[in-house]
Design a binder for this molecule. Structure first.
Ligand code: ADP
Length: 258
């Protein structure tokens, strides 16, 4: 982000971006809830070329015990990028970047989970990035919040996440890889549509005040679109579950819904 030069035309003469999008257009987003049988809740997200899986365990007793909070649950996220998720093999294991993303994701989710219902508990959220193409923290947070809902964890609302930024002098939503690498700024946002709270806000690069305001507005509009897709995914999951119980399928056996 910021400063790297390229021959790639990030905006063409028609105002279109590298992948043909307009500045206001997001990459295609697909979400599926309940994709893992062994986790308490799960979700799979494909967002452009990003592929992200989230799994939730808990609420369960927090270990080690000295980490327990006697008044509320801890929401603990672990964000991990698979070695094969990027062009060059990523060195496996935690690094500063994944620790930072784990922390901001945990904090964003803690704002919506009714943690006070589960003293001394831990709610563990695993975000596994299988394929990365910029915007994985937003895809991860979006997936994690659907996985929490799928696990039946009580929440004020879902967190929807989307970024905006600036590339080739143009403020745009949902930056792709080239725009992230060679652009001027990126603002990932986590948003709670029901209360209009912002639970994640970061900025990488430089923007004027007007550009920042425009970018934030675009990111929030993006979050609202993400929210609709999250809710559709949960609705489909709920309908598939109800169908299972109607036809008396054994627990854990999920039928395809036409
Ligand atoms: P985000 O994925 O949330 O946009 P960054 O801005 O830190 O987070 O990263 C942008 C993109 O850079 C990632 O989505 C990924 O495609 C790429 N990237 C990040 N870390 C690495 C790495 N260690 N090796 C190769 N590519 C990486």
């Amino acid at each position: 982000m910021g400063g790297m030069t390229t021959d790639i035309k990030l905006i063409d003469e028609n105002g279109r971006r590298v992948d043909g999008r307009t500045p206001e257009e997001m990459r295609p987003l697909k979400i599926e809830a309940g994709v893992l049988k062994r986790a308490d809740g799960s979700a799979y997200v494909e967002w452009g070329l990003n592929k992200v899986l989230a799994a939730v365990y808990g609420p369960r007793e927090c270990h080690p015990r000295h980490m327990q909070n006697p008044t509320r649950a801890l929401v603990q996220c672990k964000y991990n990028m698979a070695a094969f998720s990027v062009d060059d093999r990523k060195r496996p294991g935690p690094d500063r970047r994944s620790q930072e993303i784990s922390k901001i994701t945990s904090e964003a989710l803690s704002h919506v989970v009714f943690t006070e219902y589960f003293p001394r508990a831990s709610i563990d959220v695993y975000v596994e990035v299988l394929q990365a193409n910029a915007g994985t923290r937003c895809a991860g947070l979006t997936a994690a919040s659907v996985a929490l809902a799928d696990a039946g964890v009580p929440m004020r609302d879902l967190v929807a996440s989307c970024a905006a930024g600036k590339a080739a002098g143009v403020v745009m939503v949902d930056l792709g890889k080239e725009e992230d690498n060679f652009g001027e700024a990126d603002i990932p946002v986590g948003y709670v549509p029901r209360t209009k709270e912002i639970v994640l806000l970061q900025m990488d690069g430089d923007l004027t005040h007007d550009e920042y305001t425009k970018g934030l507005d675009m990111a929030i509009k993006g979050c609202e679109k993400v929210y609709d897709i999250q809710r559709d995914a949960l609705r489909r999951r709920y309908e598939a579950r109800s169908l299972d119980s109607e036809i008396g399928a054994p627990e854990g056996v999920q039928k395809e819904v036409a």
